[in-house]
Design a protein around this ligand. Structure first.
Ligand code: ATP
Ligand code: MG
Length: 262
């Protein structure tokens, strides 16, 4: 279905380990992940499964231990820190669970900020930020500080900020995690609208109800990625493992085998 579309993100054989004393803890295992332009993909997994680790690599906030990562045709693993920062600024729009707005700045100035780093002229900065704030329904709150906004409104500011550089991917980590259900649903509607208009969105979540609102779900379990089909052959509807299939050892099982501890 997406064959005629442009491949925006391609990860092949991504592994990620963290040093742990003399040993190391492997958190991502042979991750293969592709995202095409205009897709809305949810990465769904329980706490500790590796979602934030994967998000940090996708967002160029961290680098993989091995494997290849191509973003917009560019080989990310070959970039230096400064080049990674440029990719982050130009290609990725981040939305976080806790909004991460600067509290001493108005909504408008928060949205303008990424454009200052991108060296856009001051007049165009203001125009673009105002346009985005209008789009997310905050035309009348531009001068408010984050503290003078509700959680849902703060997340709208954060989404406007993520959109303002016109990045190729919006990367959202638990974007409704700090919101009540109704407000979260409104934020999901906003993401769906942006996606219909052509934005590519990758959303990380532990909540199946939120994930189902995306076009495609990719599961992450113990640092491994599964497509929806793969997941359904391994797990029941309630998330319990089917007994009739062989499993890759879980992180805990692997650690137990290595250390002999139960
Ligand atoms: N900097 C680090 N050093 C060592 N271990 C880490 C580091 N960051 C994460 N881990 C480990 O990697 C595993 C995956 O963590 P990660 O934060 O990616 O999970 P997550 O899926 O985002 O969980 P949550 O839903 O709770 O946010 C965990 O076992 C965690 O303890
Ligand atoms: Mg996390």
């Amino acid at each position: 279905m997406f064959n005629s579309r442009k491949l925006i993100l391609s990860m092949k054989g991504i592994n990620k380990s963290y040093p742990m004393g003399d040993d190391e803890l492997q958190v991502l295992f042979d991750v293969n992940f592709e995202v095409y332009q205009k897709e809305f993909v949810a990465v769904l997994g329980p706490s500790g499964s590796g979602k934030s680790t994967l998000m940090n690599i996708i967002g160029c906030l961290d680098v993989a231990s091995s494997g290849s990562y191509i973003l917009n045709g560019q080989d990310i693993s070959k970039l230096k820190d400064k080049e990674l920062a440029a990719v982050r600024n130009q290609d990725i729009g981040f939305v976080f669970q806790n909004f991460q707005l600067l509290s001493r700045m108005s909504a408008l100035d928060n949205v303008i900020l990424p454009l200052i780093y991108a060296r856009v002229s001051s007049k165009e900065r203001k125009n673009r930020a105002m346009m985005l704030l209008n789009k997310v329904g905050l035309g009348d709150k531009m001068q408010n500080n984050p503290k003078q906004l509700s959680g849902g409104q703060q997340q709208r500011v954060a989404i406007a900020r993520a959109m303002v550089t016109n990045p190729s991917i919006i990367l959202a980590d638990e974007p409704t995690g700090a919101l009540d259900q109704a407000t979260g649903a409104q934020i999901m509607e906003l993401f769906k609208e942006l996606n219909r208009e052509g934005k590519t969105i990758i959303m990380i979540t532990h909540d199946p109800k939120i994930a189902r609102q995306a076009q495609r779900i990719v599961h992450i379990l113990d640092g491994r990625i599964y497509s929806q089909d793969e997941y359904e052959t391994l797990y029941n509807e309630d998330g319990a493992k089917r007994d009739d299939v062989e499993h890759e050892p879980t992180l805990r099982e692997r650690r137990r085998r290595r250390t002999g501890n139960v």
